[in-house]
Design a protein around this ligand. Structure first.
Ligand code: URA
Length: 417
């Protein structure tokens, strides 16, 4: 067996065997196959797809490329969630304390932002002192004692994905359903949870642009998880418009805390609804309770303030300063005004995501440093009536906000008469 034969086979739409998949994953992780050969193979996969069996063996080989976290010393059913990535998606910050406050252990490994999609780790690191690097002992102790830990992925968790993802990012091969499914599920399975709720985003601000693609990705990931003995539930949600009002690291932590405080004036119904759905699905798979009971239980734990208490406890036990969770004045700010009167039909998530990256809230390269206080605060949301000249968004940054950025923010709002 050699890599050229494997590339040829995939190019000619023949199914790769488990052995062939294991071979190229092992050799590539060990730096024994060149990037240019794997690039060719990835493009053949992107164009010709993979069968369910191939996707399953790819995921399995990727899991086996590194450490698998053993959470067996944590009592109870450990539940995790994963979002395929979006703009203003701070759902993890809200749902993990809800679930932990209900006594279900949450062992959450999260990632940094990539492109226009934000990452939970960056958001939490925006809080003064918060540590996302925990030793495995600390992680397990926190989950046992407080029912919650949120940490960055360890260096040796699915090393094959680190190499493959970096290559896909620069070879136009990110948007492939089997490659995304294997990338996400290998990390979720290796992270050790018993049950996983997948929040599959669909729309302009997501990898999956149509409902059909999102459904296929959701089904592919669920089937992989179930074959590997995990309980998996997938939920497809809108990412044509940003979620909630805030897009930017610290700003999103502030919004999450406002929601948990029951302060709906500083957040939006769409975020509340999404958080209630995701947390009730997590509760349902962990406890076996009915959908109705799960929904009312999670709403109750928000209303009685217990989820907020747990959120503050999470921040504190991981070294963060709760008093630092407030909006900070940035050196520059700009108001975006409605160019005409009418109804906001859409707030383009892709454009708002690009604006927030340009303001400094996201990375242009892996090495970029983030401006934690930068971002976009939406005032106008889809469905809202506005008059010409009304403020529909505010931009914040510690670097100068150029005309291009302002124009793009204006263009994000589609206002129909
Ligand atoms: N998120 C991942 O972890 N991997 C992908 O391929 C896409 C989104």
């Amino acid at each position: 067996m050699n890599i050229i034969e494997i590339i040829e086979k995939k190019k000619n739409r023949q199914e790769l065997s488990a052995n062939e998949i294991e071979y190229f994953i092992k050799k590539y992780t060990a730096n024994e196959i060149a990037d240019y050969q794997i690039s060719a193979l990835l493009m053949a996969i992107r164009i010709n797809g993979m069968t369910d069996n191939e996707t399953f063996y790819l995921t399995k080989s990727m899991i086996e490329s590194g450490d698998v976290i053993d959470l067996s010393s944590i009592d109870g059913f450990k539940v995790d969630k994963h979002s395929t990535g979006g703009v203003g998606d701070k759902v993890t910050l809200v749902v993990t304390p809800i679930i932990a406050a209900l006594g279900v252990p949450v062992a959450k490994f999260s990632g940094k932002g990539l492109g226009i999609t934000g990452g939970t780790i960056d958001k939490l690191e925006s809080v003064n002192g918060f540590r996302t690097e925990l030793t495995s002992e600390e992680f397990i102790n926190n989950v046992n004692q407080y029912k919650i830990a949120v940490a960055g992925q360890t260096a040796n968790l699915v090393p094959a994905d680190k190499k493959l993802y970096a290559l896909r990012d620069v070879t136009g091969t990110v948007d492939s359903i089997p490659l995304i499914a294997a990338s996400i599920m290998s990390k979720k399975i290796a992270s050790g949870a018993d049950g996983i709720v997948l929040d599959v985003k669909c729309g302009s601000g997501a990898f999956m642009k149509t409902f059909e693609e999102a459904k296929l990705l959701a089904d592919t990931m669920s089937s992989i998880g179930e074959k590997l003995g995990r309980k998996v539930v997938a939920h497809i949600s809108d990412m044509d418009n940003p979620l909630g009002l805030m897009v930017g690291n610290k700003m999103e932590v502030v919004e999450a805390m406002e929601l948990l405080s029951g302060n709906m004036n500083n957040t939006h119904e769409d975020l509340y609804e999404e958080c209630v759905i995701i947390s009730s699905l997590m509760y349902e798979i962990a406890t076996g309770k009915s959908k109705e009971e799960s929904l009312s239980t999670v709403k109750e734990v928000i209303e009685n303030g217990k989820a907020l208490e747990k959120f503050k406890e999470l921040i504190t036990i991981q070294g963060g300063d709760v008093s630092d969770i407030h909006l900070k004045e940035t050196k520059y700010s700009e108001e975006i005004k409605a160019v005409n009167s009418g109804t906001i039909e859409r707030v383009n998530a892709l454009l708002i995501g690009e604006v927030s990256v340009a303001l400094g809230a996201g990375r242009l390269t892996k090495e970029s440093t983030l401006d934690y206080d930068a971002g976009v605060a939406l005032v106008g949301k889809n469905g809202m009536q506005v008059k010409q000249g009304d403020v529909i968004a505010k931009l914040y940054s510690n670097k100068e906000i150029t005309e291009d950025i302002i124009k793009k923010a204006e263009q994000a709002f589609v206002i129909k008469l």
